[in-house]
Design a protein around this ligand. Structure first.
Ligand SMILES: [Zn+2]
Length: 388
């Protein structure tokens, strides 16, 4: 073999061996022994291409402006229909993104026949990584819930809250105090509530922006921050007591990044969808720009920490939204909506960092977590949960 290659053919081969050697010694290669150590997955709920276009045009330089999203070099498209519907809901899409399985609308990490399936986030926890969720919805809402629990119905919120605790997230930030038994007036947990259980389990609980920002992050900190009883406010009407999605993401990153094994963090910009349901352009654009700021923070982290993969996508488009006229400078812009529900439109995928080149082309929504899992070196995923 060596003789056949001849003397000069050795040079490129040597290079390959040298690179392989360097790769396996790279400090970023650890955790579950994959190429990717840290994952930040950001989901813009209801964020279609026209929503992104409108948000960009609303910035100072109109269509010449650039979002953080626009700086991400690798882009693709996601085909996101659910098992029983051309138009997915957030539960089925979140199940696909979390577990790599298509299911019926309304289901959380369970197959159409009820079989529970494991999420990549829970696999990451099993492998010793830290896990966290940031959302502007209730933390028990469909998108975050599919990453931590199995349920036949997305509406069983108190049960979901209990099951979320059992999945032992290191950090959980968003709305949803009601499901955890938080008294809406005192902001204290009611007796025998899910939150009293969380406190017994060693969690720290914060309920406002000041509490979150002043918090001292220690290595053993496990944090639940619930800033509203239901979902959090739209960015345009956010109370001073509610942190921004970027502030939540920043604190969550500080907590999960302490783990030398790595982390898996989900960040959901949930209110883009809510604004779409009510065909409210101003609220939608402001929440999309707030979400984009969190993307910017994630990109900054990934630049400073090799071995980090940032993937941004949507679960579905909401409203059949379109920009119908206007100037490139962003004047006299008009919009149209097809519906107050979701549509079957493909949604974008953006990636940056280690392994980002894997997220190009037109992918099935289920392929996104499968590729992330492979890059992380996680074995036996996707997989059903053996309940026997
Ligand atoms: Zn929706």
């Amino acid at each position: 073999m060596i003789r056949l290659l001849g003397r000069k053919a050795w040079i490129p081969l040597l290079f390959v061996f040298l690179l392989l050697g360097l790769w396996t010694q790279c400090p970023g290669v650890s955790g579950a022994e994959g190429l990717v150590k840290n994952v930040i997955l950001l989901v813009g709920d209801g964020m279609g291409l026209n929503q992104i276009t409108a948000a960009r045009v609303s910035l100072e330089n109109g269509a010449y402006s650039r979002l953080f999203l626009d700086t991400m070099a690798y882009t693709g498209l996601s085909i996101n229909f659910s098992h029983d519907n051309l138009v997915t809901d957030s539960a089925a899409a979140a199940t696909a993104l979390a577990t790599g399985y298509r299911t019926d609308n309304g289901r959380l990490a369970t197959l159409p026949d009820g079989t529970p399936v494991i999420s990549l986030m829970r696999k990451a926890k099993e492998e010793g990584l830290s896990i966290g969720i940031v959302t502007t919805a209730k933390v028990v809402d469909a998108t975050p819930a599919a990453f931590l629990v199995n349920a036949d119905l997305r509406s069983v919120e108190k049960q979901i809250a209990e099951d979320m605790l059992n999945a032992e997230p290191d950090v959980l930030l968003g709305g949803g105090g009601d499901a955890f038994g938080i008294n809406p007036f005192t902001r204290e947990p009611k007796s025998r509530s899910v939150m009293t259980q969380a406190l017994e389990d060693g969690y720290t609980y914060v309920y406002d922006r000041e509490g979150l920002l002043d918090l001292k992050v220690s290595s053993d900190l496990k944090l639940i921050g619930l800033f509203m009883g239901g979902g959090m406010s739209f960015e345009v009407t956010r109370f001073p007591t509610e942190p921004t999605i970027t502030e939540m993401t920043s604190r969550a990153l500080e907590i999960v990044a302490q783990n030398p094994q790595g982390f898996f963090l989900l960040v959901e910009g949930a209110r883009i969808d809510t604004a779409g349901h009510s065909n409210s352009v101003e609220e939608m654009m402001a929440d999309l720009i707030a979400f984009d700021n969190a993307v910017g923070l994630a990109l900054e982290y990934a630049k400073e920490h090799p071995g980090t993969l940032v993937v941004v996508t949507a679960d579905h488009e909401t409203g059949g939204f379109g920009v119908t006229s206007g100037t490139p400078e962003g004047e006299r812009v008009n919009y149209g909506w097809l519906s107050t529900g979701h549509t079957a439109a493909m949604v974008p995928i953006y990636a940056f960092g280690t392994g980002a080149e894997q997220f190009t082309g037109t992918l099935d929504i289920t392929e996104i977590p499968v590729r992330i899992g492979k890059l992380m070196g996680i074995q036996d995923f996707p997989a059903v949960i053996d309940t026997h």
